[in-house]
Design a binder for this molecule. Structure first.
Ligand code: SF4
Length: 345
């Protein structure tokens, strides 16, 4: 076990990444934001989002006092928006319950919204030098290969086994470096489809390398065919060239984000909360498919240019006439942003 940690640490010193933005001044807040952004997302994608986020919200206090729209605006395009909502909610909790200081135990960290055991461990280890194991996707890959553990690592029994191994392997000292190192090794050497075993410090003890089949691990998730849903979205342009957006409810898909209104039919007149619209042109744009983790959504966009809007679309906080230069700071669902961008082109 000591060998494993030492091999990983020696490798990290020479070959690991030391210049990522969140490695500079690794406070609990900075590490927390980076760990949340890095969930399901690659480092190269995260960096510009992280830098913008930190420039805008340099501390948990500033994040807690921001409006959710400002937070979602900076998250637009990064996906998995529940992460941003949870980050914002947790910042408020840290301000209210912990006087702006991060809790220092894994149990308390895990009580924050959206913070699982692995992320709590990473924050504790990297920012507070507390010995705590982590088990993110990169670490799962290294461990399942090193020990040739069969099966899908999200299965409860396998996950339990992996946590036990991760716990044993975490060293008593240099826990911050080790945590960075094991994540880095998984991300850059023990990669999903093309591991560079030849450059790996763990090669001599790695069972999958000895067997010659590292890519058989980790086991795949049992296949499930995603259902297909469909939606018709209205792109309603007013005479000033602004587009009508509707705020989604806080839960469900695109929670709290601004979206094009979903309509049931594409007849001559549309009723949007007592707003009756007369229009000059109606155009059905090419459909797009957006895939969520649990279903595909086939979107049919209908574009209307309104000649006259007979009533105010003014239910406070729910409707927004959005200028196409996108100068308003609001969070947009990714396919909505894509559709709006095509309108400006
Ligand atoms: S030897 Fe290959 S499979 Fe084993 S941990 Fe290293 S990179 Fe991964």
């Amino acid at each position: 076990m000591i060998d494993f940690a030492n091999q990983v640490l020696d490798w990290f010193q020479q070959h690991g990444r030391h210049d990522l933005p969140w490695q500079q001044n690794p406070t609990p807040y900075r590490v927390w934001v980076s760990e949340i952004m890095l969930q399901q997302t690659q480092v190269s994608t995260v960096i510009p989002y992280y830098l913008r986020f930190m420039a805008r919200f340099p501390s948990v206090t500033e994040l807690a006092s921001a409006h959710i729209d400002q937070v979602l605006h900076l998250w637009t395009g990064l996906g998995y928006y529940a992460r941003a909502r949870n980050l914002h909610k947790s910042a408020k909790t840290i301000e209210a319950k912990h006087q702006g200081s991060f809790p220092t135990s894994i149990e308390e960290l895990m009580q924050l919204d959206g913070l699982g055991r692995s992320t709590a461990g990473a924050i504790a280890a990297i920012a507070m030098q507390i010995r705590a194991p982590i088990l993110d996707g990169n670490v799962k890959r290294v461990l399942t290969r090193y020990h040739t553990i069969e099966g899908w690592p999200e299965r409860a029994s396998i996950k339990r086994q992996l946590w036990e191994i991760a716990e044993c392997l975490t060293p008593q000292n240099q826990v911050a470096e080790y945590t960075q190192a094991i994540m880095d090794l998984g991300a850059t050497v023990c990669t999903r489809s093309n591991p560079s075993c030849i450059q790996c410090p763990l090669q001599t003890g790695c069972k999958a390398f000895t067997q010659g089949n590292p890519t058989d691990y980790p086991g795949k998730k049992p296949k499930k065919i995603l259902p297909v849903r469909s939606a018709t979205l209205l792109i309603l342009l007013n005479p000033c060239g602004e587009v009508l957006l509707e705020k989604r409810p806080p839960t469900g898909i695109w929670g709290s984000l601004w979206s094009l209104p979903e309509i049931k039919s594409a007849g001559k007149e549309f009723d949007i909360r007592h707003c009756s619209i007369e229009y000059n042109t109606r155009e059905e744009l090419p459909g797009i498919r957006h895939t969520f983790s649990h279903f595909h959504l086939d979107i049919t966009p209908i574009k209307l240019r309104a000649r006259q809007i007979n009533d105010e679309v003014a239910e406070s906080g729910r409707w927004l006439w959005y200028p196409l230069d996108q100068s308003i700071e609001v969070g947009l669902a990714a396919p909505v942003k894509k559709l709006l961008t095509t309108l400006t082109e």
